[in-house]
Design a protein around this ligand. Structure first.
Ligand code: KIV
Length: 241
């Protein structure tokens, strides 16, 4: 799609109906993201999500047998060594993932190569890494703002390009650096809060639909008010029994 200059749309799904709706709408990539920890399971961040929870939600999504590529997130602390990364990735594939996503760059290259060596495609994730939010003092910070930040991102992107990754999510990367990475490397960049110049965009579907009204990232303009609508419809129904 990058070569054909087609914009790549990707969205998250964690269950059968949403995956089916996204697939019927022609979305080519469905991510069973560990964002499910917050928008479905009620955790404060993604570090609490387990492999068993990812498998459970992947199975529900895979039951739709979508045309879309199903990508599963490797959760926090499940790819700390190459051996652990392979075993975790194989569990996600057994649950229905066709590719796995891992957060990090040069630091996780051995894990990425190990997963690839057993025939599982890996999608990268650079920029703000939600699984490291606690190490960053609980703040989701934009990356690439200064020379050191830009150089680190470019070095990590080069490492992922060396590993021949097909696509890399760029989360909260400054738009000029996201543009530079997109122009310089062969992998498709899928941006989230990283400006308009990535090869594609991804959102947490709950954010797009206003289905998690208690928190909306600054860079998202929800297209529906699902949370409010649910409250209103339920109140009206209950009042008219
Ligand atoms: O977990 C997730 O949903 C993600 C996207 C925000 C890219 O990683």
């Amino acid at each position: 799609m990058k070569a054909a200059r087609q914009r790549i749309a990707a969205l998250t799904a964690y269950d059968y109906p949403m995956a089916r709706l996204l697939d019927e709408a022609g979305i080519p990539i469905i991510l069973v993201g560990d964002s499910l920890g917050m928008v479905v399971l009620g955790y404060p961040d993604t570090t609490h999500v387990t492999l068993a929870e990812m498998e459970h939600h992947l199975r529900a999504v895979a039951r739709t047998r979508p045309r879309a590529l199903v990508v599963g997130d490797l959760p926090y602390h499940t790819y700390q060594s190459p051996e652990q990364a392979v075993s975790s990735a194989q569990r996600l594939v057994a649950a229905g993932a066709e590719a796995v996503k891992a957060e990090g760059g040069r630091d996780i290259l051995p894990q990425i190569r190990a997963i690839q060596s057993v025939g599982i495609p890996v999608i990268g994730h650079l920029g703000m890494l939600p699984q490291h939010v606690l190490e960053e003092g609980g703040k989701y910070r934009v990356k690439g703002k200064d020379d050191a930040g830009r150089a680190k991102l470019l070095d990590d992107a080069a490492a992922l390009a060396e590993a021949d990754l097909p696509a890399v999510v760029l989360e909260l990367v400054t738009p000029p650096v996201a543009r530079e990475i997109t122009a310089q490397f062969p992998f498709a960049t899928i941006g989230i809060g990283s400006g308009p110049d990535c090869d594609g965009q991804i959102l947490v579907t709950h954010d797009l639909l206003g289905a998690f009204p208690w928190f909306t990232p600054k860079f998202v303009q929800p297209k529906l008010t699902l949370g409010e609508d649910v409250r209103r419809v339920v109140r009206e129904w209950a009042a008219n029994l």
